[in-house]
Design a protein around this ligand. Sequence first.
Ligand SMILES: [Zn+2]
Length: 1017
Amino acid sequence: MSKEIEKKWQEKWKESKLFQSDHDERKKIFLTVAYPYPSGAMHIGHGRTYTVPDVYARFKRMQGYNVLFPMGWHVTGAPVIGIASRIKDKDPWTLDLYENVHKVPKNEISKLEDPEYIVKYFSTEYHNVMDDMGYSIDWRREFRTTDPTYKKFIEWQIKKLKKMDLIRKGNHPVKYCPHCDNPVGDHDLLEGEGVGVNELTLLKFKIIEKNDNDTNKDNGDNINTANNVKYLVPATFRPETIYGSTNLWLNPNVEYIQVTSDDSENGTNGETWVISKESFDNISNQIKDLKILGDIDPETLIGAHIENPVTKDHHPILPASFVDPEYGSGSVFSVPGHAPADYIALEDLKNNKELIEKYSLKDIVNKIEPLNVVTIKKYSEIPAKDVIERLNVKNQEDPKLEEATNELYKVEHSKGIISEHIPIYSGERVSIARENIKKDMISKNQATIMYDFAEHPVICRCGTKCVVKIMDNQWFLKYSDEEWKDETRKLLRNENIIPAEVRSNLEYYIGWLEDWACSRRIGLGTKLPWDKQWLIEPLTDSTIYMSYYTIAKYLKDINSEDLNDAFFEKIFFDNDINIDTIDKTQLNSIGANIDDFRLKVDEDIINEIQNEFSYWYPLDWRLSAKDLVGNHLSFHMFHHAAIFPPENWPQGMVVFGMGLLEGNKMSSSKGNVILLSDAINEYGADVVRLFLMSSAEPWQDFDWREKEVVGTKRRLDWFFEFAEKIESIKMNKNKSSLDLSNIERVDLTRKIDLWMMNQLYIRINDATTALEGFQTRKALQDSLFLLKKDVDHYMYRTKHLLEDPDEALIFVLSSILESWIRILSPFTPHSCEELWAKYGGEGFVSEAEWPIKYQYFPMKCTPTLNLKVDSCIPSEVIEKSEEMVQSIVKDINEIKKIVDVTPEKIHVYLAPNWKWMLYRIADDVGKPDIGQIMGRAIGENIHDNKKEIAEVAKKVGREMTKTRYIGKIDEYEVLSDALDFISEEVGSEVIIHKDNSYDPQNKARNAMPYKPALFME
Ligand SMILES: [Zn+2]
C-alpha cells in the first residue's frame, strides 16, 4: 500500500469529519489513552500504545456506537528544561540523541534551546505521525497542558482538593544535582536511571573516651571533650535491631570528618557527628547548615567504645573493609544475630590475627556473642548463623552473602516477632515494631531520618554525583488518608480491569501509596494558586483530564479568565454557587478570590457544554502502559473518587505491556528504537498496525522483529491478491465486476458452500468476542489467519468449479470478501477503504456495519446489534459433515498406501439406524459404561442380535471419548454431495451404499456413526 493511497484516505476521512464525535441519541463509548509527553520523536513502542485504542474505537463505531477518541499533549514537568539547557550547553550526547535518534533537522536543533519549543515541535510531530497512522482521533479536542484554559482547569481541581483537606504541607526528599542546582528526573541521568530513594534511620551512638571505659583501660586519646560529645551515626533499614547491636564497624581506609549544625528540627542539635567525607554532600543536603569541624583519624577510634542509644550498653568500634563510605554516613552498627554480613565479618575478624594484633582487639573480639532480637519459626535464636551455615557462605567476599541477607530480611519482615526478652516491644510483629521503635527513638533524640539512594552511583548528565535533597515546605497529596483510600477501593471494585490480574496490583498500590509530593520548583505547568512559588508536578496535573476532553472543543472560544471555579462546578456537578454562603476566611488558604465563584459564561453555552460532558462521562476505558499502574493509574482512581460522584467514576482500564526491539528493551536514550515515521515510510501504516496488533496481546510485551514485519506485509499483499482473484472469477462468469453493495443472494444447497458460510460466521463471531475484550491478537488469529485457512480449504474443495463458477460460488466468495474487508478495517483501515471503494462498497468501510448483523448465514440465528453474539449458534451438523468428507478421503488414501494398489472401485457403507440409536443412548448415559448402555439398548429393543449390540456398544464406548455426538446426520446426503471431490481426491470411482446388498467381504458391519466402512476392489 503506497503512502499516497494512505494519505488519500486520511484526507477523505478528515474532509468528511468522520471522527468528529458530538453528543447525540446513540449509545456512546468514550476511551482515552495516556497522553504522550512529547520530548522526543514517536517510536514503534508508542505506536502500539495508540493503535490499540484506535482499533477498538473503529470496531465500536462499526457496531453503531458513538465513539470519542481524543488526544492531548502532556507538556508539563521538568525534563524538557534539562534537555533545553543541555542543548544550549552543546552537550554532545544530547545533540547526538536529538540529531540522530529523534532525527530533528539541523536547522531546528538550535531552536530546541527553548523548552516551550521542544514540546511544540514534538507535539506537532506526534500529531502528524498519528495522522499518518490513520488514528481516528477527534482533533477538535486537542490541547497542551500549558494552555491557559487547561491551567484554569488544574487550578480549579487543586483548589477543590485543598478545600477538601486532601493536601498538606511538609518536607520531601528529591534526587538532586548540586552542580546544576536542580532536582533531576530519570531523563537527566547519565547513570542510576530508576534508582529509588530509601528512607533510613540514622542512630546516634555516643563515643566513649577510651580511658573512660572499664573494659579497655589503655591510654588512648581523649576523644570527647567535656561539652563536646561526639557521635557515630550509622544508618539502617532495621532500627529494631538496635537491641541486637554488639559492635560498630568503621573502615580504617576511609577519610572521616567531624560535622555539626544547629538545625533543631531534623539535625545534629549542636552535636558533633563523625561521618565519612564521601557522605558529606548527601547529608549536608538533608541537614541545614552542616559545617565541617575537621578531620578525624579512624585509627584513633578503633578499639574505643560507643554507647548504645537505647540499651546504654557499651560496644567496641571494630575495623571492617566492607563499610561503604558512600552509603549512609560511612559507618555500620553490627547485629551478628540477625545480619549475615555482620556475623561473617565478625568471624573473619576473629581469624585475622594481623588486625587483632594491630588494634589489640583479642579480648574484645572474643567476648562478642551474637544477640537475639527477633523470633522466627524454624530458625534458631541466631538466625544469621542458620542462614550462613545453610548457604555455606565462606567469608565477606562470598557472593552468596547477598542471598543470605535478602532471605533473612524478607523472612524477619514478614514473619518475625520481637522476642520475649526485649522490653516494651516484645510480641510485636517486626514490621510494626520497626516503625514504633523508630518513632520512639526520634522523639528521644536517639535517632533521626536520613535518605539515600538504593544504589550508587547516581550521576547527572553534567557528570556530578547526585544527592538526596530535602525540599522544605513542599505540598503533599494525602494518599495515606484511609477514608480516601476506601473511596478509591470502592471505585476499583466497580471497574473492569484488563487483564484481570492487574486488579490485585491496583489494590496493592492503593494501600501502599503514601503522601505524594505534588509540587516542584522548576518545570512547565500550573502554579499552586495559594503558594505561587510552586508548580504542580506532572503526575498531579494529569489525573482527571479525561473530563477535560469532553468539553475542550468549546473552551477554545472562551476567555480563559472566565473559566473559574463557578464554571467548572456548574459544568461537572451542576452546582450553583451562592456567593453569600462562601466561607470568606477559607478563600486565602486555597488561593481563591470571591470573583472565582461568579459564573461568567453565558447560560446557553453552559448548557451546551454540560450536555456534552454528561453525555460522554463516565469514561468507559482508560488505556495505559503497565509502568503507570503504581502512579498515574492509581492517582487517576484516587482523584476521580475524591472529585466525582460514583456515577461518573471510570468504568474500565486496560494495561499494556512494553515494547522490545529484536529482543532488547526499547530505549530512546540508548538509541535502541525505530521511529514510527520511519516504519511507516518503509512498510506503510497498515503493515505497522497489523504487526503491532497481531504479534502480541496489548498487555503482553511485543517484540518488533524486522523479519516478522516483512511477513506481515506479505499477508496484507495476499489479501489484495485474494480480492483480485475473486474479481477475476466474477468477470469470468458474467463479465461484470464485483459490486459488494449489490451481492446477488443465492439460496445455498451445496454442503461445502454452507460450510464456508458457517466458518465465516464462526470466525467473525470469535473475533468479535476477542475484540470486546481488547484481544487484538486473538481477533486477528480468528479473522485473518484462521479464516484464511478456511478460505484456502474452500477454494481447494471447489477447485473443479473455479473454471466455470456457478452463482452459489460467486455469492459465497463475494460474501467472504465483503465481510472480510469489514472485519479487517479496524486493523488496516487504509487498505480496507481502498478495497471497499474499488469493489463497489457503499460509503466508507470505516462507517460500515460490523458484519454480524446483516450477513446471510445458513444457520438459524438472528443476531442483532448489542445482542450477545453467541446467541447465534453455528451449525455443528455442517462442521461435522465437512469433517466426515475430509476423513473419508484421508482414510481411503491411507489404506491405499498400505495395500499399495489402486482400486477401481471403492465401496462406502453407512451405519444402520440401530447403531445411531446406540450412540444416542451412550450419549445419554454420558460415560462409557457398557453395562448400562447395553441394558438400555436391550430395553429399547433397538436391534435383535444381542451379541452384535454388545460388540458395537464396546466400540461406541471407546469412540465416545474421542468423538462428540451431535445427533444423527444424513451421511448419504453429505457424501453424495461431495462425491465428485472424494472421487477426484482418491483417484477411483466411489460408490456410496444405502444398504449392504452388495457386500462381498462383509465389511458393512464395521460401519459406525460418523465413520463409514470401506471396501476396495
Ligand atoms: Zn548536573
